[in-house]
Design a protein around this ligand. Structure first.
Ligand code: SAM
Ligand code: SF4
Length: 349
Protein backbone atom coordinates (compact mmCIF):
# COMPACT_ATOMS: atom_id res chain seq x y z
CA UNK A 1 0.00 0.00 0.00
CA UNK A 2 1.28 3.46 -0.84
CA UNK A 3 -0.74 6.27 0.68
CA UNK A 4 1.92 8.91 1.24
CA UNK A 5 2.17 12.25 -0.55
CA UNK A 6 -1.24 12.07 -2.12
CA UNK A 7 -3.75 11.77 0.68
CA UNK A 8 -4.90 15.37 0.21
CA UNK A 9 -6.27 14.70 -3.29
CA UNK A 10 -10.03 15.31 -3.28
CA UNK A 11 -12.12 12.38 -4.52
CA UNK A 12 -13.27 12.25 -8.14
CA UNK A 13 -17.08 12.52 -8.09
CA UNK A 14 -19.32 12.08 -11.11
CA UNK A 15 -22.51 14.03 -11.86
CA UNK A 16 -24.60 11.42 -10.00
CA UNK A 17 -22.57 11.85 -6.83
CA UNK A 18 -20.65 8.59 -7.17
CA UNK A 19 -17.03 8.55 -5.99
CA UNK A 20 -14.85 7.16 -8.76
CA UNK A 21 -11.83 5.55 -7.14
CA UNK A 22 -11.48 2.21 -8.89
CA UNK A 23 -9.83 1.41 -12.22
CA UNK A 24 -10.09 -1.93 -14.00
CA UNK A 25 -7.27 -2.44 -16.46
CA UNK A 26 -7.42 -5.06 -19.20
CA UNK A 27 -3.79 -5.84 -20.02
CA UNK A 28 -4.64 -8.14 -22.92
CA UNK A 29 -7.58 -9.44 -24.98
CA UNK A 30 -5.84 -12.80 -25.27
CA UNK A 31 -6.79 -15.83 -23.27
CA UNK A 32 -5.81 -19.48 -22.85
CA UNK A 33 -9.50 -20.47 -22.47
CA UNK A 34 -12.59 -19.89 -24.63
CA UNK A 35 -15.41 -19.68 -22.09
CA UNK A 36 -18.78 -20.02 -23.80
CA UNK A 37 -20.15 -16.80 -22.28
CA UNK A 38 -17.13 -14.67 -23.04
CA UNK A 39 -15.25 -15.54 -26.23
CA UNK A 40 -16.33 -16.70 -29.65
CA UNK A 41 -15.45 -20.40 -30.20
CA UNK A 42 -12.84 -19.54 -32.81
CA UNK A 43 -11.13 -17.11 -30.43
CA UNK A 44 -10.57 -13.48 -31.31
CA UNK A 45 -8.36 -11.68 -33.72
CA UNK A 46 -5.36 -10.82 -31.59
CA UNK A 47 -4.28 -7.23 -31.44
CA UNK A 48 -0.72 -6.73 -32.63
CA UNK A 49 1.51 -6.02 -29.60
CA UNK A 50 2.10 -2.48 -30.83
CA UNK A 51 -1.63 -1.74 -30.60
CA UNK A 52 -1.73 -2.63 -26.92
CA UNK A 53 -0.64 -0.15 -24.32
CA UNK A 54 2.83 -0.95 -23.05
CA UNK A 55 3.22 -1.50 -19.31
CA UNK A 56 5.12 1.80 -19.14
CA UNK A 57 2.18 3.61 -20.75
CA UNK A 58 -0.28 2.02 -18.33
CA UNK A 59 1.92 2.91 -15.36
CA UNK A 60 2.06 6.52 -16.52
CA UNK A 61 -1.75 6.66 -16.80
CA UNK A 62 -2.14 5.07 -13.37
CA UNK A 63 0.20 7.66 -11.85
CA UNK A 64 -1.93 10.44 -13.36
CA UNK A 65 -5.20 8.85 -12.26
CA UNK A 66 -3.89 8.18 -8.74
CA UNK A 67 -3.30 11.93 -8.62
CA UNK A 68 -6.99 12.40 -9.45
CA UNK A 69 -8.41 10.00 -6.86
CA UNK A 70 -8.06 6.45 -8.19
CA UNK A 71 -7.13 4.29 -5.17
CA UNK A 72 -7.78 0.71 -6.26
CA UNK A 73 -6.69 -1.08 -9.40
CA UNK A 74 -7.84 -4.41 -10.78
CA UNK A 75 -5.65 -6.10 -13.40
CA UNK A 76 -7.77 -8.21 -15.70
CA UNK A 77 -8.21 -9.17 -19.35
CA UNK A 78 -8.62 -11.42 -21.39
CA UNK A 79 -6.44 -13.52 -19.17
CA UNK A 80 -3.98 -11.12 -17.53
CA UNK A 81 -1.47 -13.84 -16.64
CA UNK A 82 -0.81 -14.75 -20.29
CA UNK A 83 0.88 -11.38 -20.80
CA UNK A 84 4.63 -11.68 -20.34
CA UNK A 85 6.09 -9.58 -17.55
CA UNK A 86 2.80 -9.05 -15.74
CA UNK A 87 4.30 -9.91 -12.32
CA UNK A 88 6.90 -7.13 -12.64
CA UNK A 89 4.22 -4.73 -13.90
CA UNK A 90 2.00 -5.44 -10.88
CA UNK A 91 4.95 -4.96 -8.52
CA UNK A 92 5.45 -1.47 -10.05
CA UNK A 93 1.74 -0.65 -9.88
CA UNK A 94 1.87 -1.32 -6.15
CA UNK A 95 4.53 1.37 -5.68
CA UNK A 96 2.52 4.21 -7.27
CA UNK A 97 1.78 6.82 -4.59
CA UNK A 98 -1.92 6.84 -3.80
CA UNK A 99 -2.69 3.35 -5.10
CA UNK A 100 -3.84 1.49 -2.02
CA UNK A 101 -4.82 -1.84 -3.49
CA UNK A 102 -3.87 -3.90 -6.55
CA UNK A 103 -5.82 -7.07 -7.23
CA UNK A 104 -6.15 -9.44 -10.20
CA UNK A 105 -8.96 -11.39 -11.82
CA UNK A 106 -7.77 -14.60 -13.43
CA UNK A 107 -8.95 -17.96 -14.64
CA UNK A 108 -6.25 -19.40 -12.37
CA UNK A 109 -4.53 -21.65 -14.91
CA UNK A 110 -1.22 -19.75 -14.68
CA UNK A 111 -1.65 -18.45 -11.14
CA UNK A 112 0.88 -20.80 -9.52
CA UNK A 113 3.48 -19.70 -12.08
CA UNK A 114 2.65 -16.09 -11.29
CA UNK A 115 3.20 -16.71 -7.58
CA UNK A 116 6.52 -18.46 -8.36
CA UNK A 117 7.67 -15.60 -10.57
CA UNK A 118 6.72 -12.99 -7.99
CA UNK A 119 8.53 -14.97 -5.26
CA UNK A 120 11.65 -15.22 -7.45
CA UNK A 121 11.53 -11.43 -7.87
CA UNK A 122 11.54 -11.15 -4.09
CA UNK A 123 8.12 -9.51 -3.96
CA UNK A 124 6.40 -9.86 -0.59
CA UNK A 125 2.68 -10.34 -1.09
CA UNK A 126 2.48 -10.13 -4.91
CA UNK A 127 -1.10 -8.86 -5.01
CA UNK A 128 -3.63 -7.66 -2.45
CA UNK A 129 -6.33 -10.03 -3.61
CA UNK A 130 -7.17 -12.56 -6.30
CA UNK A 131 -10.48 -13.25 -7.97
CA UNK A 132 -10.48 -16.69 -9.56
CA UNK A 133 -13.15 -17.69 -12.04
CA UNK A 134 -14.47 -21.18 -11.48
CA UNK A 135 -17.75 -22.34 -12.99
CA UNK A 136 -17.59 -26.08 -12.33
CA UNK A 137 -15.60 -28.67 -10.39
CA UNK A 138 -16.27 -31.39 -12.94
CA UNK A 139 -13.47 -31.95 -15.52
CA UNK A 140 -15.86 -32.79 -18.38
CA UNK A 141 -18.05 -29.75 -17.78
CA UNK A 142 -14.92 -27.63 -17.35
CA UNK A 143 -13.79 -28.66 -20.85
CA UNK A 144 -17.22 -27.93 -22.28
CA UNK A 145 -17.60 -24.54 -20.58
CA UNK A 146 -14.11 -23.39 -21.44
CA UNK A 147 -14.16 -25.09 -24.87
CA UNK A 148 -10.85 -26.78 -24.15
CA UNK A 149 -11.81 -30.36 -24.98
CA UNK A 150 -9.07 -30.50 -27.63
CA UNK A 151 -6.40 -28.87 -25.45
CA UNK A 152 -4.56 -31.75 -23.81
CA UNK A 153 -2.96 -29.56 -21.15
CA UNK A 154 -6.04 -27.67 -20.03
CA UNK A 155 -8.21 -30.76 -20.31
CA UNK A 156 -5.98 -32.79 -18.01
CA UNK A 157 -4.22 -30.21 -15.85
CA UNK A 158 -6.34 -27.07 -15.97
CA UNK A 159 -8.78 -27.71 -13.18
CA UNK A 160 -6.19 -29.25 -10.80
CA UNK A 161 -3.87 -26.28 -11.48
CA UNK A 162 -6.65 -23.85 -10.53
CA UNK A 163 -7.42 -25.74 -7.32
CA UNK A 164 -3.73 -25.87 -6.36
CA UNK A 165 -3.44 -22.12 -6.97
CA UNK A 166 -6.46 -21.56 -4.77
CA UNK A 167 -4.75 -23.38 -1.89
CA UNK A 168 -1.49 -21.58 -2.54
CA UNK A 169 -3.17 -18.16 -2.41
CA UNK A 170 -4.65 -19.18 0.92
CA UNK A 171 -1.23 -20.25 2.21
CA UNK A 172 0.25 -16.92 1.10
CA UNK A 173 -2.49 -15.09 3.00
CA UNK A 174 -3.90 -13.50 -0.16
CA UNK A 175 -7.66 -12.93 0.05
CA UNK A 176 -9.48 -14.97 -2.58
CA UNK A 177 -12.85 -14.51 -4.19
CA UNK A 178 -14.23 -17.14 -6.50
CA UNK A 179 -16.42 -16.01 -9.40
CA UNK A 180 -18.98 -18.37 -10.88
CA UNK A 181 -21.39 -17.61 -13.74
CA UNK A 182 -24.47 -19.88 -13.41
CA UNK A 183 -25.64 -21.07 -16.83
CA UNK A 184 -28.72 -23.12 -17.54
CA UNK A 185 -27.76 -26.37 -19.21
CA UNK A 186 -24.12 -26.11 -18.18
CA UNK A 187 -23.43 -25.91 -14.48
CA UNK A 188 -26.63 -25.85 -12.40
CA UNK A 189 -25.62 -29.08 -10.67
CA UNK A 190 -22.24 -27.57 -9.68
CA UNK A 191 -23.46 -24.48 -7.87
CA UNK A 192 -23.92 -25.96 -4.40
CA UNK A 193 -20.49 -27.65 -4.63
CA UNK A 194 -18.82 -24.40 -5.64
CA UNK A 195 -20.55 -22.55 -2.79
CA UNK A 196 -19.14 -25.21 -0.44
CA UNK A 197 -15.62 -23.93 -1.20
CA UNK A 198 -16.50 -21.16 1.29
CA UNK A 199 -17.64 -23.61 3.96
CA UNK A 200 -14.38 -24.45 5.74
CA UNK A 201 -12.22 -21.58 4.54
CA UNK A 202 -12.85 -17.87 4.93
CA UNK A 203 -13.09 -16.94 1.27
CA UNK A 204 -15.92 -15.48 -0.78
CA UNK A 205 -17.77 -17.38 -3.48
CA UNK A 206 -19.70 -15.04 -5.78
CA UNK A 207 -22.37 -15.90 -8.31
CA UNK A 208 -22.37 -13.46 -11.23
CA UNK A 209 -25.49 -13.17 -13.35
CA UNK A 210 -24.76 -13.75 -17.01
CA UNK A 211 -24.52 -10.42 -18.84
CA UNK A 212 -25.63 -10.34 -22.46
CA UNK A 213 -22.23 -9.34 -23.82
CA UNK A 214 -20.16 -10.94 -26.56
CA UNK A 215 -21.08 -14.55 -27.22
CA UNK A 216 -23.35 -14.67 -24.13
CA UNK A 217 -26.48 -13.42 -25.89
CA UNK A 218 -27.58 -16.91 -26.92
CA UNK A 219 -27.08 -18.52 -23.47
CA UNK A 220 -29.61 -18.75 -20.67
CA UNK A 221 -28.72 -17.20 -17.32
CA UNK A 222 -29.82 -18.60 -13.97
CA UNK A 223 -31.02 -15.54 -12.03
CA UNK A 224 -29.38 -14.86 -8.68
CA UNK A 225 -32.64 -15.40 -6.79
CA UNK A 226 -32.86 -18.92 -8.18
CA UNK A 227 -29.27 -19.69 -7.17
CA UNK A 228 -29.99 -18.32 -3.70
CA UNK A 229 -33.00 -20.64 -3.38
CA UNK A 230 -30.86 -23.63 -4.41
CA UNK A 231 -28.23 -22.77 -1.81
CA UNK A 232 -30.81 -22.28 0.94
CA UNK A 233 -32.22 -25.69 0.17
CA UNK A 234 -28.75 -27.23 0.48
CA UNK A 235 -27.30 -25.25 3.39
CA UNK A 236 -29.98 -23.26 5.24
CA UNK A 237 -30.99 -19.63 5.37
CA UNK A 238 -28.82 -16.97 3.73
CA UNK A 239 -28.28 -14.16 6.23
CA UNK A 240 -27.47 -10.71 4.76
CA UNK A 241 -23.96 -9.61 5.67
CA UNK A 242 -23.75 -5.91 6.39
CA UNK A 243 -19.97 -5.58 6.69
CA UNK A 244 -17.82 -4.30 3.82
CA UNK A 245 -16.17 -6.87 1.56
CA UNK A 246 -14.35 -5.76 -1.58
CA UNK A 247 -14.87 -2.78 -3.86
CA UNK A 248 -17.55 -4.09 -6.12
CA UNK A 249 -21.26 -4.51 -6.50
CA UNK A 250 -21.66 -7.93 -4.83
CA UNK A 251 -24.16 -8.38 -2.02
CA UNK A 252 -22.86 -10.80 0.56
CA UNK A 253 -24.55 -13.36 2.80
CA UNK A 254 -23.52 -15.77 5.55
CA UNK A 255 -24.71 -19.36 5.67
CA UNK A 256 -24.96 -21.47 8.84
CA UNK A 257 -21.59 -23.19 9.53
CA UNK A 258 -19.84 -21.41 6.64
CA UNK A 259 -16.52 -19.69 7.45
CA UNK A 260 -16.66 -17.63 4.24
CA UNK A 261 -19.32 -15.56 2.55
CA UNK A 262 -21.58 -16.08 -0.45
CA UNK A 263 -21.93 -13.14 -2.83
CA UNK A 264 -24.40 -12.32 -5.58
CA UNK A 265 -23.75 -9.91 -8.42
CA UNK A 266 -27.23 -9.60 -9.87
CA UNK A 267 -26.16 -7.27 -12.63
CA UNK A 268 -29.14 -7.88 -14.86
CA UNK A 269 -32.10 -8.70 -12.60
CA UNK A 270 -31.31 -5.99 -10.03
CA UNK A 271 -28.58 -3.75 -11.41
CA UNK A 272 -25.69 -2.29 -9.46
CA UNK A 273 -25.14 1.07 -11.11
CA UNK A 274 -26.15 3.40 -8.28
CA UNK A 275 -22.96 2.66 -6.41
CA UNK A 276 -20.67 2.17 -9.42
CA UNK A 277 -17.20 3.46 -8.57
CA UNK A 278 -15.22 2.37 -11.61
CA UNK A 279 -13.60 3.22 -14.91
CA UNK A 280 -12.31 0.64 -17.39
CA UNK A 281 -9.15 0.82 -19.46
CA UNK A 282 -9.04 -1.54 -22.44
CA UNK A 283 -5.81 -3.18 -23.56
CA UNK A 284 -5.83 -0.88 -26.60
CA UNK A 285 -5.97 2.19 -24.39
CA UNK A 286 -9.63 3.17 -24.59
CA UNK A 287 -10.87 4.45 -21.24
CA UNK A 288 -14.56 3.58 -20.80
CA UNK A 289 -17.01 4.91 -18.25
CA UNK A 290 -19.18 1.75 -18.16
CA UNK A 291 -19.00 -1.85 -19.32
CA UNK A 292 -21.85 -1.32 -21.73
CA UNK A 293 -20.39 1.90 -23.18
CA UNK A 294 -19.73 2.13 -26.87
CA UNK A 295 -17.77 5.31 -26.38
CA UNK A 296 -14.60 6.12 -24.55
CA UNK A 297 -11.45 8.22 -24.59
CA UNK A 298 -8.63 7.07 -26.81
CA UNK A 299 -5.81 7.55 -24.32
CA UNK A 300 -3.36 5.62 -26.51
CA UNK A 301 -3.72 8.24 -29.24
CA UNK A 302 -3.10 10.99 -26.70
CA UNK A 303 -0.13 9.17 -25.13
CA UNK A 304 1.50 8.45 -28.47
CA UNK A 305 0.71 11.92 -29.76
CA UNK A 306 2.93 13.34 -27.02
CA UNK A 307 0.16 14.68 -24.75
CA UNK A 308 1.43 16.15 -21.46
CA UNK A 309 0.04 14.80 -18.16
CA UNK A 310 -2.38 17.72 -17.89
CA UNK A 311 -4.07 16.79 -21.20
CA UNK A 312 -4.38 13.15 -20.16
CA UNK A 313 -5.87 14.20 -16.83
CA UNK A 314 -8.33 16.49 -18.64
CA UNK A 315 -9.42 13.57 -20.87
CA UNK A 316 -10.02 11.39 -17.79
CA UNK A 317 -12.01 14.15 -16.07
CA UNK A 318 -14.13 14.64 -19.21
CA UNK A 319 -14.87 10.92 -19.32
CA UNK A 320 -15.91 10.85 -15.66
CA UNK A 321 -18.28 13.73 -16.42
CA UNK A 322 -19.86 11.56 -19.14
CA UNK A 323 -20.33 8.46 -16.96
CA UNK A 324 -23.90 7.28 -17.56
CA UNK A 325 -26.32 6.67 -14.69
CA UNK A 326 -26.61 2.98 -15.51
CA UNK A 327 -25.57 0.31 -17.99
CA UNK A 328 -27.59 -0.24 -21.14
CA UNK A 329 -27.50 -3.85 -22.24
CA UNK A 330 -30.14 -3.37 -24.95
CA UNK A 331 -27.71 -1.00 -26.67
CA UNK A 332 -25.15 -3.80 -26.44
CA UNK A 333 -27.49 -6.21 -28.23
CA UNK A 334 -27.90 -3.59 -30.96
CA UNK A 335 -24.13 -3.21 -31.32
CA UNK A 336 -23.66 -6.96 -31.55
CA UNK A 337 -25.97 -6.90 -34.54
CA UNK A 338 -23.64 -4.47 -36.24
CA UNK A 339 -20.65 -6.61 -35.30
CA UNK A 340 -18.84 -4.45 -32.83
CA UNK A 341 -16.74 -6.40 -30.37
CA UNK A 342 -18.03 -6.24 -26.81
CA UNK A 343 -17.27 -9.56 -25.08
CA UNK A 344 -15.93 -9.37 -21.54
CA UNK A 345 -12.47 -10.46 -22.71
CA UNK A 346 -12.41 -7.16 -24.63
CA UNK A 347 -13.87 -4.82 -22.02
CA UNK A 348 -12.00 -6.27 -19.03
CA UNK A 349 -14.66 -8.05 -17.00
N1 SAM B 1 -9.76 -14.26 -17.66
C1 SAM B 1 -10.03 -13.78 -16.36
C2 SAM B 1 -11.12 -14.57 -15.69
O1 SAM B 1 -11.77 -15.37 -16.36
O2 SAM B 1 -11.31 -14.38 -14.49
C3 SAM B 1 -10.34 -12.30 -16.30
C4 SAM B 1 -11.23 -11.73 -17.36
S1 SAM B 1 -12.89 -12.33 -17.35
C5 SAM B 1 -13.53 -11.43 -18.70
C6 SAM B 1 -13.51 -11.57 -15.89
C7 SAM B 1 -14.79 -12.10 -15.35
O3 SAM B 1 -15.82 -11.82 -16.27
C8 SAM B 1 -14.80 -13.60 -15.10
O4 SAM B 1 -15.14 -13.84 -13.76
C9 SAM B 1 -15.89 -14.10 -16.02
O5 SAM B 1 -16.58 -15.18 -15.44
C10 SAM B 1 -16.75 -12.87 -16.18
N2 SAM B 1 -17.54 -12.86 -17.40
C11 SAM B 1 -17.13 -12.99 -18.68
N3 SAM B 1 -18.17 -12.89 -19.54
C12 SAM B 1 -19.28 -12.71 -18.78
C13 SAM B 1 -20.66 -12.52 -19.06
N4 SAM B 1 -21.12 -12.51 -20.29
N5 SAM B 1 -21.51 -12.35 -18.02
C14 SAM B 1 -21.06 -12.33 -16.74
N6 SAM B 1 -19.76 -12.48 -16.41
C15 SAM B 1 -18.88 -12.67 -17.40
FE1 SF4 C 1 -10.82 -16.14 -20.88
FE2 SF4 C 1 -11.74 -15.12 -18.60
FE3 SF4 C 1 -13.13 -14.85 -20.89
FE4 SF4 C 1 -12.93 -17.25 -19.80
S1 SF4 C 1 -13.93 -15.46 -18.87
S2 SF4 C 1 -12.61 -16.75 -21.99
S3 SF4 C 1 -10.94 -17.18 -18.91
S4 SF4 C 1 -11.17 -13.96 -20.46
Amino acid sequence: MNTQRISAVPPMIDRYGRIIDYLRISVTDRCNLRCVYCMPAEGVEWKPHGDMLSFEEILRLCGIMAGMGIRKVKVTGGEPLVRKGVAGFIAKLKTIPGIEQVTITTNGILLEEFFDEAAADGAGRPVDGVNISLDTLDPERFSRLTRTASDAFVRGQGLPAILRALDRAQTLGIPVKLNCVPLRGFNETDLAGIAALARNVNRAVRFIELMPLGSAGSLEPIPGAEVAAMLEQAYGKLIPYTGRLGNGPAEYYSLPDFAGKIGFINAVSEGFCETCNRLRLSSGGILKPCLSSDTGKDLRALLRGGAPDADLAAAVAELVAQKPPSHNFSAVYERERTNHVSGMYHIGG
